[in-house]
Design a protein around this ligand. Structure first.
Ligand code: GAP
Length: 442
């Protein structure tokens, strides 16, 4: 993890939020390469989920009517048990003390449960994870609103709006990508548990009785999505929630877990939410949430199958999964270790780098011409500094799938060298069909 966090900062994937002020715990900024990778992940998700006949997109507001969170159960149930250390004032989640460390510099390396055994901790009390703010100028109880802790509720309350506007028939889904906020007691493991993050959620509305079948369908679809984007199959697993650990709304739930360096961690949840959400919104809003089936003339409250992925957590899993250290020959024939991010080409932040072999003989002009021809279609990077071998390594480290070099032969026959990131093999390609060549392989 340390290597990945350091590479992320050095190469511009992720920076600590407000770093010059000492940072803000649980918040991170995506740098130039990070924002490309994150956008690519979200775009792949959007295509996979909404380029279908039976799934529509939505972008709901982050701030919602406060009654939404009463209906959803978040005001009552979205809590974690919290304890404080009376001595060092550190704060812990009561259910995670086993893995936590004492917060006092005087006891560096000491496990928190030892402090607990010595009676230093307060009684556990419930802490609601929703961030509160106020609408309008007066900060009184009537003006309280919450930053949404999940994007799902924006979908539920718009169920009939979307269904009517798009003339969808059940079964159909609504997909949304957006920010969510949780005032986590302890943030940890880089992007894994943060206070501000992004979710990619899809709610699929089905007829009761068909829910188990659709649950199985979406479970498989979602794990296949990660695999198709190159995530190693042996680092992915399902974890079924025990019946007594199910969320208050769920009939069945599986997590897709990834094998992070610190252990298995959830990157996506697939939940059978039954008719809980729509029934509760019907009860709290007193507006119908029922669906009328024109064919059978039946009226019913649909069941919901939810696929809820963290964009930020998936980002971190893709980063970890891509990271490789490999023995590789240098230009002078010696062996050394190259760091190579083997992103799937669809996710790679930069698709191709263009180099002139040397900065003379007209090579920079030709290379700039190639760069200009590719740039409207692909994210490309131009680099003319240092030896070509070092330029390759710099691109390997950020996962650029192709490096294109203009050399003396280019000046003779307009062909360039294309070097493949993973195999390090090189081949010659005519500059005039370079774009088609790259697009086919991307
Ligand atoms: N609508 C259901 C829901 O929000 P969840 O299991 O609480 O379910 C879904 O969250 C996904 O959101 C998780 O699998 C994870 O990827 C991401 N997520 C949740 N809390 C997070 C946090 N504090 N930081 C980063 N990602 C988080």
């Amino acid at each position: 993890m340390e290597k990945i966090v350091s590479l992320s900062k050095r190469r511009g994937f992720v920076f600590q939020s407000s770093e010059i002020y000492g940072g803000l715990n649980g918040c991170w900024d995506y740098g130039p390469l990070g924002v490309e990778l994150l956008r690519n992940i979200k775009e792949q998700w959007w295509q996979a989920m909404t380029y279908r006949e039976n799934v529509e997109g939505l972008d709901a507001a982050i701030l919602m009517h406060p009654r939404v969170w009463e209906a959803s159960g978040h005001v009552e149930n979205f809590t974690d048990p919290m304890v404080d250390c009376k001595e060092c004032k550190a704060r812990f989640r009561a259910d995670q003390i086993e893995d936590a460390m004492c917060g006092s510099p005087a006891y560096k390396g000491r496990k928190a449960h030892k402090c607990q055994a010595e009676g230093k901790f307060t009684e556990a009390r419930q802490f609601n994870l929703m961030f509160k703010t106020f609408v309008g100028p007066v900060e009184d109880a009537g003006a309280v609103v919450y930053l949404r802790p999940e994007t799902a509720q924006g979908i539920f309350v718009n169920f009939l709006n979307v269904q009517t506007a798009s003339r969808q028939k059940i079964p159909f889904g609504i997909a949304q990508v957006g920010k969510a906020f949780r005032n986590e007691i302890n943030t940890k493991n880089f992007l894994f548990r943060t206070r501000e993050f992004e979710q990619m959620e899809m709610q699929f509305f089905v007829k009761p009785g068909t829910d188990v079948e659709w649950f199985t369908y979406w479970k498989e679809e979602r794990i296949t999505w990660f695999r198709n984007l190159g995530m190693r199959a042996d680092r992915l697993q399902f974890h079924q929630h025990e019946p007594d650990k199910l969320a208050h709304y769920a009939k069945d739930a599986y997590d897709i877990e990834y094998a992070f360096p610190f252990g298995w961690g959830e990157i996506e949840g697939i939940h059978n939410r039954t008719d809980f959400d729509l029934s509760r919104h019907e009860q709290y809003s007193t507006k119908t949430m029922k669906y009328f089936d024109e064919q059978t003339k039946e009226k019913f409250t649909p069941y919901i199958i939810e696929t809820s992925a963290g964009a930020s957590r998936s980002f971190m899993a893709f980063l970890v999964d891509a990271y490789n250290e490999e023995e590789a020959p240098t230009a002078d024939g010696k062996m050394d270790v190259r760091v190579v991010m083997k992103f799937h080409p669809k996710l790679a932040p930069v698709k191709a780098a263009v180099f002139p072999l040397v900065n003379r003989d007209g090579m920079p002009e030709v290379a700039r011409g190639i760069e200009a021809a590719l740039r409207p279609s692909l994210r490309v990077f131009y680099d003319d500094s240092g030896a070509v071998g070092r330029r390759y390594r710099r691109q390997d480290e950020v996962g650029t799938p192709f490096c294109i070099t203009v050399d003396s032969q280019t000046l003779q026959d307009q062909s360039v060298t294309v070097r493949h990131r993973d195999s390090m093999q090189q081949e010659r390609v005519g500059a005039d069909h370079l774009l088609g060549f790259l697009k086919e392989r991307l």
